[in-house]
Design a protein around this ligand. Structure first.
Ligand code: SAJ
Length: 443
């Protein structure tokens, strides 16, 4: 079966679509569905977000998203609202955080609130698709909630008769900074509550996805999404653990990884100041919460990656205390390179902790920020540009591997004490004292 977008029967009517949640996934998804020619209503709780989109503007940074949204809003294919309206397909893309308790209990209240809204306007023939990363069983819970609210409709898996509506779980797997490209070209798992639901969702995704869409059941699709991010977390934890071992042994972890990766079946990821963002640092807990006895590895990986932040803070603190007269620049606040997303960022946490400890000795360079986040208030820390940092600061702490930092020539870093948590400056001479580990000092 061909999997090309737009491979539809001649004369077929395009469904009206409602995308619930206009964040980093919902807005690009809504725009891409609109580009495929469907009329899309984007629903969001924020008036500000709704007004911004209806002006043809965007409230998040993502490559090429501004032009796409502007175009589909102008053509009348995308509009936003805080009020739900009837549609043929509902796509739910709302956050699923976890509670910051010791059990890391997943909070699916936004999903259930969205399902409640959808239930109010649901009609026979509609499809409801959950995209939010969710614990296994959430799609069935959503179905049960809607079935309770709409006893006039037959729901899949609860009736022997042909159901009136279809319900599926179809996660995305896009990388911030490449969202539009990956939404179109990545393969997708399409998990139906029943095979019939999966087929209905498949027909919908084929309108705008070029990658292969593989159908499965909803629970397997839910688990697949969690597993993908847990896999990456465990692999990053291995790299972060190695970096701490290397510090202890006075080895250069970047050199060791570079050499080990020359083995044809070894591909170690990169250490950093910890793991940030809303996905990899969160999703593994959904697996641990669902099967605590069976997940020592996944849990430990989470702990190693969170622990890396504290290791970095301790090491940076030692460096600052060893250079008492020097001004310090923390390079980067984003959770990863070349994006403006500061949510759940280890770099931000490390820089803010140092700012609280060392006050106005600390400056931050973050080309993607126009002001320092709230937790820097009253610390004395300042947001400065890269040139000023290179002129004024004797200590540089690299927290994010933005390209603008990567290309700073050695000559401009000379004479400075450098703690490079991302390994972006392999040419920086290493400090002589073995205890300094991967602290690098210019000769
Ligand atoms: N990181 C490292 N070392 C590495 C790779 C990443 O320290 O070698 C850090 C990054 O600096 C960042 C964090 O990990 O703080 C996460 O970054 P990432 O680029 O690995 O992933 P995300 O969070 O931007 O996107 C992930 C992706 N998942 C996988 O690669 C398995 C993406 O495909 C998912 O769609 C996304 O999560 C999501 O929405 O779930």
């Amino acid at each position: 079966m061909s999997n090309q977008p737009g491979n539809l029967k001649a004369g077929e009517v395009k469904p009206d679509v409602c995308v619930v949640g206009l964040g980093y996934i919902g807005l690009p998804t809504a725009a891409i569905i609109a580009r495929a020619g469907c009329r899309v209503l984007g629903l969001d709780v924020s008036e500000r977000v709704v007004e911004t989109i209806n002006r043809g503007e965007i409230h998040i940074e993502e490559v090429d998203l501004d032009g796409l949204v502007h175009g589909v809003v102008q053509r009348g294919l995308l509009r936003a609202s805080t009020q739900i309206e009837p549609a043929d397909v509902f796509v739910i893309a709302v956050p699923t955080p976890f509670e910051k308790d010791e059990h890391h209990t997943p909070d699916i209240s936004y999903v259930l609130a969205a399902a409640t809204e959808v239930a109010a306007v649901l009609k026979a023939g509609d499809a409801v698709i959950l995209e939010s990363t969710s614990p296994v069983g959430t799609t069935e819970k959503m179905r049960d909630l809607m079935a309770g609210l709409r006893p006039d409709l037959k729901f899949p898996g609860l009736t022997r008769e042909t159901p009136d509506v279809s319900i599926s779980y179809c996660p995305e797997r896009v990388l911030p900074g490449r969202i539009l490209e990956e939404l179109t070209n990545n393969d997708r798992s399409i998990g139906g509550i029943t095979p019939r639901c999966a087929r209905k969702a498949l027909a919908f995704y084929k309108r705008f996805v070029r990658g292969t869409c593989v159908t499965t059941d909803a629970r397997s699709a839910e688990m697949t999404k969690l597993v993908e991010n847990a896999y990456r977390d465990v692999n990053i934890a291995f790299a972060n653990e190695l970096s701490m071992v290397a510090d202890k042994m006075g080895l250069d972890v970047w050199e060791v990884i570079r050499l080990a990766n020359r083995h044809p079946r070894v591909n170690i990821l990169q250490p950093g100041p910890g793991v940030g963002g809303h996905c990899i640092a969160v999703d593994p807990w959904f697996i641990v919460h669902g099967a605590p006895e069976q997940t020592p590895l996944i849990r430990t990986a989470r702990e190693v990656n969170d622990g890396k932040m504290h290791h970095v803070i301790a090491k940076a603190t030692a460096l600052l205390e060893a250079h008492p007269g020097e001004k310090v620049a923390c390079l980067g606040l984003a959770f990863k390179a070349n994006i403006d997303d500061f949510r759940e960022s280890p770099a931000r946490y490390v820089a803010a902790t140092l700012a609280r400890r060392f006050g106005d000795r600390i400056s931050v360079v973050e080309p993607y920020a126009s002001a320092l986040p709230i937790e820097f208030t009253d610390t004395g820390a300042a947001l400065i540009d890269l040139d000023t940092a290179l002129e004024d600061c004797g200590v540089l702490i690299v927290l994010v591997d933005h390209d603008v930092f990567r290309v700073v020539p050695l000559a401009e870093r000379s004479g400075k004490a450098v703690y490079d948590t991302r390994g972006i400056w392999p040419d920086q001479p290493v400090a002589e004292a073995p205890a300094a580990g991967s602290l690098r000092l210019a000769s």
